[in-house]
Design a protein around this ligand. Sequence first.
Ligand SMILES: Nc1ncnc2c1ncn2[C@@H]1O[C@H](COP(=O)(O)OP(=O)(O)OP(=O)(O)O)[C@@H](O)[C@H]1O
Ligand SMILES: Nc1nc2c(ncn2[C@@H]2O[C@H](COP(=O)(O)O)[C@@H](O)[C@H]2O)c(=O)[nH]1
Length: 219
Amino acid sequence: MTTGGHGTDGVERRGLMFVLSSPSGAGKTTLSRMLIDRMPGLRMSVSATTRAMRPGEVDGRDYLFVDKPRFDAMVKGDELLEWATVFDNSYGTPRAPVETALSAGQDVLFDIDWQGTQQLREKARADVVSVFILPPSAGDLEKRLHSRAQDSDEVIRKRMSRASHEMSHWAEYDYIVINHNVDDAFAEVQSILKAERLKRERRTGLVSFVRGLQGQLQG
Ligand SMILES: Nc1ncnc2c1ncn2[C@@H]1O[C@H](COP(=O)(O)OP(=O)(O)OP(=O)(O)O)[C@@H](O)[C@H]1O
Ligand SMILES: Nc1nc2c(ncn2[C@@H]2O[C@H](COP(=O)(O)O)[C@@H](O)[C@H]2O)c(=O)[nH]1
């Protein structure tokens, strides 16, 4: 699915799909924003959703807010790379922007649930790097959902009651980060991305780079 771009050291490599999942409130959105601000060459995948906009959210930046008929049309038209029902709403990843970014040699960041991660993995296992974020405790998770102050008590109760089920998928992920402290968790997620960018298998330009070095040594 991915084509070449250049790494920071000039060696061509395939773009990767960097996935963050967690129970609601563990910190994916917070860490995603930090990654987008601080890691050049990384683009956020903006999902489509049928859920209502939260205070402060911006259509087209945080989500593409669509109604159910439009979402169903996107599914029918094969416009979504993956999609799932989460907390009674539909969420999905528009295919075109992801393919455009990967073709331009950029990496793409996804804040999606375990169902979407499974679908991406089935489509492009070698290019998906997945990280599951855990909260330090159930009490912290609940506090974070309340401190965000964007969901009703009823919605928060629903999200807390789903947290254990969400977490049961942790072992399907490549990496696990426990978000005690935002700065430490960010440093860990950033290290994962930096290391994965250097993986030999995706660095398609290494063969010619090493040949060039060998040519210089012989010449
Ligand atoms: N390490 C942390 N310590 C304290 N508060 C945190 C930490 N990480 C994130 N938060 C806060 O917790 C709240 C929930 O975080 P965030 O919105 O990033 O979670 P999320 O995993 O994206 O949730 P959702 O799946 O519902 O979108 C926010 O108010 C955020 O500022
Ligand atoms: N499978 C997908 N899951 C998604 C997508 N976009 C978001 N999500 C997940 O939904 C829940 C709830 O998000 P919220 O913004 O309403 O709190 C969370 O786990 C997200 O990761 C998507 O495109 N596909």
